[in-house]
Design a protein around this ligand. Sequence first.
Ligand SMILES: Nc1ncnc2c1ncn2[C@@H]1O[C@H](COP(=O)(O)OP(=O)(O)OP(=O)(O)O)[C@@H](O)[C@H]1O
Length: 260
Amino acid sequence: MTTEQTDGAGAAVRSLTVDIYSRRRGHRVGVRVLDAVTLTVAPCAVTALIGESGCGKSMVAGALSGLLPPGARADGRIGIDGRDLDAGDQQAWRDLRGSVVGSVPQSAATSFTPVRTIGDQLDEVIGVLGSAYTARELCDRVRLPVDALGKYPHEISGGMAQRAAVAAAIVSDPAVIVADEPTSALDPELAEGIWRLFGELAAAGAAVLVITHDMESLLRCGVASSMAVMCSGIIVEQRATADIERTDDPYVRSFFAAVS
Ligand SMILES: Nc1ncnc2c1ncn2[C@@H]1O[C@H](COP(=O)(O)OP(=O)(O)OP(=O)(O)O)[C@@H](O)[C@H]1O
């Protein structure tokens, strides 16, 4: 494993390039989906990664969570909670998954097995990761009513399922939380509740990266202090949210003009 200790809390992606290889007409062909991506996910803050569909946001999340698709080859370095890792070192990423990096899936309802209760599944994650939390304590942290623990995934609302998925992601108090489109299945009111929850986790010390198209509710909540804008596999700009309107970049300017 290629790791070395650094002092940096949170996550710092440096020159991350991802190529995806597949076989076409007997030849191995690579397509570049991320190109020299540099991104900072500061501790005690929510960073939003935004950009049009297909620009590579989920690929960044995959690289940070050790969940790149088959055929992907990653190059670059990622500093994460004081470690400096080779982005392509899959074993290192597998070792960190769940404990140092918690990931919240896009579709919470389908991330749980339908045939077991939420409590049963949270207990299993707690056991596997050797967490000191109980499922009830996790419910408190994410404001999930305790009676949800006895229910099956189809018996709870989309907002509750999303909170349960956040509970599963924070079982080990990970330093970095990555959430890919966590509000995509929610109405605006529930979405704002989820954004506020990420704000609370950041206030408690986590470096939170959220990927979203739901700019309206995210901006309304005001929890994201930094925005990174992607286009065609590169980060065009990362800036403090309060400063984003002062950008000189024409792409970032037009992106925000379109969403505001
Ligand atoms: N498993 C895969 N194999 C090959 N190419 C892929 C794979 N998954 C994604 N891609 C390609 O990688 C690029 C980036 O995809 P990605 O899913 O990261 O975009 P995104 O910004 O998250 O899009 P969206 O907002 O629609 O979710 C796209 O061109 C996509 O077609």
